[in-house]
Design a protein around this ligand. Structure first.
Ligand SMILES: Cc1cc2nc3c(=O)[nH]c(=O)nc-3n(C[C@H](O)[C@H](O)[C@H](O)COP(=O)(O)OP(=O)(O)OC[C@H]3O[C@@H](n4cnc5c(N)ncnc54)[C@H](O)[C@@H]3O)c2cc1C
Length: 365
């Protein structure tokens, strides 16, 4: 039984995945996205087995697989080039965010998606249930159920849980992408990471297609002051921090257009008691933003979306409360260990690398 009209706020990973799965189950939604049609912030990421499994339920597995790049191994070296870890990856694919969203959203009716609608606030009934969402451009939507899929800095979360805290992260990332068949081929399908021997500084390299390579420089913001978001400064900062690092790092930096390099502040959300209140539910980063070290943000966002769509569609109750409780409890239990692992991986990153390195990903959720 479907709970009536569903309005999704945020058309990123969780919002799009929910819309696809819910559509397959006979439901309808409207998606309200702040950005324009070609708005795909973020460069790319690593898809892991649990995210890929969830994609099967959305029916987008083969479409995504075609656009992604298999990663068979993980190699970690220190900044002098000594190998610290060389291991097979269980199942991992690199993919650009734009390719992923294109494959994920294919087939969704265009009329479901409204771009340029930045959520502002809710208006509620005296009983506390939200009646309508108001957007910054003055437009509004009424619905029976609202889904906050608006990312780590979620405004929807701010409306229903105003005291929820997103920690400022100590680790900042510069993220960039380059196009080079040659450099991708040289990775030999490896996810690679170079770590400074003193800790708190690393450069990761993810082939995301036959042509595209994503790299990210992670640094301890207490040790290094974050540069201004200006291409020249980003380039000199990167060159300074990676001076004398092994050949692949140098080649990467030489091939980079620093106008396409972004500064990303990653943060973690303190665990919420519930992922919903009344008729508003949270999915993805809005519910459980975690340190980027797990590489589970995208993967868990797809899992959230699939579980909530299926729980709502299969619910025998005419109100969504039972379904939302069941969704919230199941996902909190799945996310708890990942939040912990994210903290552990961050601590390990800040310390000098040891000989017993582990793969810097949460390979299973
Ligand atoms: C540098 C970096 C590297 C990362 N690497 C990985 C990785 O390797 N693997 C991985 O799994 N995850 C990774 N992540 C995390 C991943 O990108 C997120 O966890 C994932 O995108 C969460 O999906 P989401 O749908 O919750 O949010 P998003 O995909 O961020 O989507 C949120 C959407 O809401 C929209 N929005 C925001 N505010 C409003 C508003 N007020 N009104 C309307 N719309 C709004 C945004 O425009 C966006 O489209 C990384 C993140 C960063 C920053």
């Amino acid at each position: 039984m479907h709970p009536g009209k569903v309005a999704i706020i945020g058309g990123g990973i969780a919002g799009t995945a929910f819309a696809q799965r819910y559509r397959q189950l006979g439901g309808q939604v409207s998606i309200h996205e702040r950005g324009g049609p070609q708005h795909h912030p973020g460069m790319g990421f690593i898809l892991l087995a649990n995210g890929f499994e969830a994609l099967s339920s959305v029916g987008r597995r083969s479409a995504v697989e075609k656009l992604s790049y298999p990663l068979t191994d993980c190699t970690i070296r220190d900044h002098r080039g000594n190998t610290l870890l060389d291991e097979k990856l269980e199942w991992a694919h690199g993919i650009t965010r734009s390719a992923f969203l294109e494959a994920l959203s294919r087939g969704l009716p265009e009329s479901w998606i409204r771009h340029g609608q930045a959520f502002s606030h809710f208006e509620s009934n005296p009983n506390g249930r939200v009646r309508r969402a108001i957007f910054e451009n003055g437009e509004q939507v009424e619905a029976d159920l609202f889904l906050g899929c608006d990312g780590a800095n979620s405004r929807v979360r701010g409306e229903i849980f105003p005291t929820a805290k997103l920690s400022g992260s100590r680790v900042i990332e510069l993220v960039s992408e380059i196009e080079s068949d040659l450099l991708v081929a040289r990775t030999r399908k490896r996810f690679m990471k170079f770590r400074h021997e003193e800790g708190g500084l690393a450069l990761g390299l993810v082939p995301a297609s036959r042509r595209k390579l994503i790299w990210y420089l992670q640094f301890d913001a207490e040790k290094y002051s974050t540069p201004e978001a200006d291409p020249g400064r980003l380039e000199s900062f990167t060159r300074l921090l990676t001076q004398g690092w092994p050949g692949p790092v140098l080649q990467l930096i030489q091939a980079t257009d620093f106008r396409r390099t972004r500064i990303c502040h990653t943060g973690a959300l303190e665990p919420l008691n519930a992922y919903f209140r009344e008729n508003v539910a949270l999915l993805g980063d809005a519910a459980h933003a975690m340190h980027s070290f797990t590489s589970q943000g995208v993967n868990t966002a797809i899992e959230d979306a699939v579980l909530l769509a299926e729980t709502l569609a299969n619910s025998h109750s005419s109100t969504s409360r039972h379904a939302l409780t069941s969704y919230s409890e199941a996902r909190k239990a799945a996310i708890r260990p990942l939040l912990k692992l994210g903290n552990t991986l961050q601590d390990e990153f800040l310390a000098p690398p040891t000989v017993d390195q582990r793969i810097p990903l949460a390979t299973t959720a």
